[in-house]
Design a protein around this ligand. Structure first.
Ligand code: NAP
Ligand code: ZN
Ligand code: ZN
Length: 346
């Protein structure tokens, strides 16, 4: 099937219209007409080569919602007309211990990501959701309940699951004290989700003008991080930090706000490394760890949780031709709080 999309042709060029063929549906495939696709900062890191060389043309996009327009003959879970989502993965081995534990993102053979990943056929690489259609193995397609604002659901497929997963893993509940570093796409979802789980949320931000929004989104406290003294009042107060900053930053001042044994979870993947000394870990038996998206089963749980609690992303809906401007504004931290592309405009 011929699809319209937007692609990066080099790390330094703008994204431009691109037409290509999607594969014919195999027996276990679902054919999806995309309605909306969010713009994740990972799309920008990838397209611009922050994480290393990429295959071109590169079609990013892994926050996809749409409607089923066809199914392979073995597909039981979906039928034409269903509303569905696709997140960051489209395949995995299905046999290793991590796949069996519903953590396909840590597949020992290597999960196939929605874009810029080699397919198991050994021939092609994946192309993502900045497109009119996508063909995905049924196991990696999520159900989206009817009646939800689909454009605001799209960012849940990455920003939602990536923040939901560590909040659950580290047992956030009523009264937990959670810090969120970076008020962007992932950060604003982390605030909403942590608040819905009963936590008291502190936002750490480099942008003082985001304070009112942070509070509206559910945060109790707001720390402007460019002023070191602002960290003092929080020493040894937090249980958990969700670190979504997209640029390199010193972890030490944040670690010192954790209680003894508290956990700082890295989510952001800056282009440059951070120099790090172990003092704040040693002096507080603290844990510095990381997390990668979430498994398919957990993603479905997150979507159902968000539907029940009416948690959706705050978005700016754009046309395809505005993608390049949206990239520049995201890098500047100027987005409230996720750009979402209307797929009708490809
Ligand atoms: P985003 O919307 O651009 O938000 C990132 C936020 O980071 C910015 O809004 C800004 O917030 C903050 N920031 C920027 N520069 C900073 C600095 N020097 N120090 C501290 N904070 C800084 O990006 P996103 O889409 O939420 O993605 C965030 C990061 O997570 C990206 O690196 C992305 O690739 C990564 N990611 C990882 C996973 C995973 O599975 N681990 C999944 C998705 C995305 P303030 O203005 O409030 O400071
Ligand atoms: Zn993402
Ligand atoms: Zn596996």
């Amino acid at each position: 099937m011929k699809v319209k999309s937007y692609a990066a042709y080099s790390p330094t060029s703008l994204l431009e219209p691109y037409e290509f063929e999607r594969r014919e549906a195999k027996a276990d495939d679902v054919v999806i007409q995309i309605h909306f696709c969010g713009i994740c900062h990972s799309d920008i890191h990838t397209a611009r080569g922050d994480w290393g060389p990429v295959n071109h043309p590169c079609v990013p996009g892994h926050e996809i919602v749409g409607q089923v327009i066809g199914v392979g003959k073995k597909v039981k879970k979906f039928k034409v007309g269903d509303q569905v989502g696709v997140g960051c993965m489209v395949d995995s081995c299905g046999k290793c211990e991590n796949c069996k534990a519903n953590e396909e993102q840590y597949c020992t053979k290597g999960a196939v990501y929605t874009y810029q990943s080699n397919e198991y056929d050994g021939k092609s690489y994946t192309k993502g959701g900045y497109a009119t259609h996508i063909v995905v193995k049924d196991k990696f397609v999520l159900k989206v309940k009817k009646g939800l604002p689909l454009d605001r659901v799209a960012p849940l497929l990455c920003a939602g699951i990536t923040t939901y997963s560590p909040l659950k893993r580290y047992g956030v509940k009523k009264g937990s004290k959670v810090g969120v570093i970076g008020l962007g796409g992932l950060g604003h979802m982390a605030i909403k989700l942590a608040k819905a789980m009963g936590a008291e949320v502190t936002v750490f931000s480099t942008s003082p003008d985001k304070e009112a929004d942070a509070k509206k989104l559910g945060a109790k406290n707001f720390i402007f991080t460019k002023e070191p003294k602002n960290f003092r009042a929080l020493a040894k107060k937090l249980d958990l930090i969700i670190d979504t900053a997209s640029a390199a930053h010193d972890y030490a001042p944040y670690l010192n706000t954790l209680k003894i044994g508290g956990t700082h979870v890295l989510i952001g993947v800056p282009a440059t490394p951070t120099e790090f000394r172990g003092g704040p870990l040693i002096q507080g038996r603290r844990v510095l760890t990381g997390t990668l998206i979430g498994g398919i089963k957990e993603t479905q749980k997150m979507l159902d949780f968000c539907a029940e609690k009416k948690i959706f992303a705050d978005i700016e809906l754009i046309k395809a031709k505005q993608i390049n401007e949206a990239y520049d504004r995201t890098v500047k931290g100027d987005v409230k709080y996720r750009f979402v592309i209307d797929a009708k405009t490809f």
